[in-house]
Design a protein around this ligand. Structure first.
Ligand code: NAD
Length: 487
């Protein structure tokens, strides 16, 4: 008996989603089962209908039982309802299951899929839990809202290490990091610093760093020069779509969301509601998500068979409407006929496109979630920024009021508005919003929380509407905050 016939079934949770979701999921499951995938599928409902029942997360509480039991989620796209009050199911799932790594292989299939970049085989590894996506936002004044960008050492080290381990397992040669640390010196600066530290542990993998703007331009222009790219959440979100699009079609890419104990696999496209129920959609994106899943659950032989049959189908010119082109394509097919064409080719390998090989070494054990625990550094409180909602006058008026608020422990230093110093010694014409940051520094080296409370008491007495404070600390003597422009 073949290995696949005797293999124990792996339980997975499957969601058929909305729009084209059910059609592409049926096609995907039919193909991978025909290829010998040993699966025990537990179906759950997610998306539009669940949202309509008033469940703001788009997933029933009982569905979590299945996910927590199987630990593997194959998910079709859902339609996100318009309007407030709904939470993104993807964000909820990623955070609840600790899916810290988003892995998106972006490959071009020239000449079968039109692309300006015939040679492209890039894997985007995106941090999935932190950065601006922590979702911590506040309206602070009439005019100003804020979103907190949080980057942690463990979160960054986990994703960067994942990218280097991925490169080794998949025989990749180079890992590139994109950040904007010339501007965000502390947040992106930490990500870049940890990239350099981790890269030093992998001497056989080439490494490089680009500022994200020029890096993105190079990726869009010469993707053939990139291999694995690791990025914080926001840049990764944007650039993984760009990378998928320039292969020729976002409809062809799958993605894996990986955590220490759980994993979720999906197509990168949405539910394409206008194409739903017409047997039109291309199932390749979800199928490639399922291929990543098969590798993850230790069925790399099945993954290889499916992936190569898909490449052979594309190469034979059997195309759904989104890829169909007179001259290149040989047959225009619907979703279910496409699935049948892939099934007919199971066991074949592409002749012109590069065939894939997934050996057992590639099959992923659960990723190590390692990060170094560093000894705590000496933290000293050396000042405070007090943020104000204030509309009663000019920067000069405010500065003069604040001069009178210094205490024995804290000396008024400056006022800034949106990061630029506006008092003292600043251009009088400078536009200031109603959002002000008032910096007070320790008069005698360090201060206590009591000193901060005493200062805030003086703000209260002066009738100033303080909206938040940020502590200014040093860590082993190193400044842990930015200076205002002009400070
Ligand atoms: P979309 O990806 O659904 O569609 C964009 C375009 O690509 C459309 O023209 C569509 O017809 C086409 N397309 C997408 N997938 C295709 C496929 N498999 N075969 C053929 N053509 C395909 O993006 P959208 O229109 O912006 O979003 C539609 C809905 O999907 C929205 O409600 C959005 O919130 C949701 N969405 C869900 C996910 C997810 O569940 N992971 C991701 C993105 C968008």
């Amino acid at each position: 008996m073949s290995e696949t016939a005797t293999r124990t079934k792996t339980a997975i949770t499957v969601a058929y989603g909305d729009g084209i979701g059910p059609e592409i999921m049926e096609a995907t499951l039919k193909i991978i089962e025909a290829a010998g995938a040993a699966l025990d599928c537990e179906k759950i409902e997610i998306g539009e209908k669940v949202y309509e029942r008033g469940i703001s997360t788009g997933i029933e509480p009982e569905s979590w039982d299945s996910l927590l039991r199987t630990k593997v989620f194959l998910k079709a796209p859902i339609t996100t309802p318009q309007g407030g009050g709904f939470k993104s199911l993807n964000v909820t799932t990623r955070k609840t299951l600790g899916l810290y790594a988003n892995v998106r292989p972006c490959v071009s299939y020239h000449p079968y899929v039109d692309t300006k970049h015939p040679v492209m085989d890039v894997v985007i590894v995106r941090e999935n839990e932190e950065d601006l996506y922590a979702g911590i936002e506040h309206q602070q004044t009439d005019q100003v809202v804020q979103c907190l960008k949080l980057i942690s050492r463990p979160g960054s080290e986990k994703i960067i290490r994942y990218a280097f381990d991925y490169a080794i397992k998949h025989n990749r040669k180079k890992v590139t990091c994109f950040t904007k640390d010339n501007i965000m010196k502390h947040t992106d600066g930490l990500f870049h610093k940890i990239f350099d530290e981790v890269a030093a542990e992998y001497p056989n993998i080439e490494n490089e760093h680009w500022i994200v703007d020029i890096g993105a331009a190079k990726l869009a222009d010469t993707p053939e020069n990139f291999d694995v790219i690791v990025m914080p959440n926001l840049y990764g979100d944007i650039l993984s779509d760009v990378a998928a699009q320039i292969t020729g079609s976002v409809g062809l890419a799958g993605s894996a969301n990986i955590g220490e104990n759980y994993a979720m696999f999906e197509a990168i496209h949405g539910s394409a509601p206008r194409r739903a129920g017409q047997n039109l959609a291309n199932p390749s994106g979800l199928l490639l998500g399922a291929v990543l899943m098969l590798v993850h659950i230790g069925q790399p032989d099945v993954a290889e068979k499916v992936h190569n049959a898909l490449l052979k189908t594309l190469e034979d010119g059997v195309h759904t409407y989104d890829l169909y082109k007179e001259g290149t394509s040989t047959r225009k097919v619907g979703t279910s006929e496409f699935a049948d064409a892939v099934i007919e080719r199971l066991g074949q390998r592409p002749e012109k496109l590069k065939a894939v090989t997934y050996n057992t070494q590639v099959a992923q054990t659960q990723p190590k979630q390692t990060w170094k625990t560093l000894p705590p550094r000496k933290k000293e409180l050396v000042g405070i920024d007090v943020f104000l909602d204030w509309k009663a006058g000019t920067a000069q008026d405010l500065g003069q009021t604040l001069e009178g608020l210094s205490t024995d422990a804290l000396t008024f230093k400056l006022v800034s508005s949106r990061g630029i110093k506006v008092y003292p010694d600043a251009f009088k014409e400078m536009f200031c919003a109603d959002h002000w940051s008032c910096r007070f520094m320790a008069a005698n080296g360090t201060i206590t929380h009591g000193d901060v409370i005493a200062l805030l008491g003086k703000f209260q007495d002066a009738g100033l509407d303080f909206i938040k404070t940020e502590h200014l600390c040093t860590f082993d003597g190193e400044r842990g905050y930015t200076l205002a422009q002009g400070e």
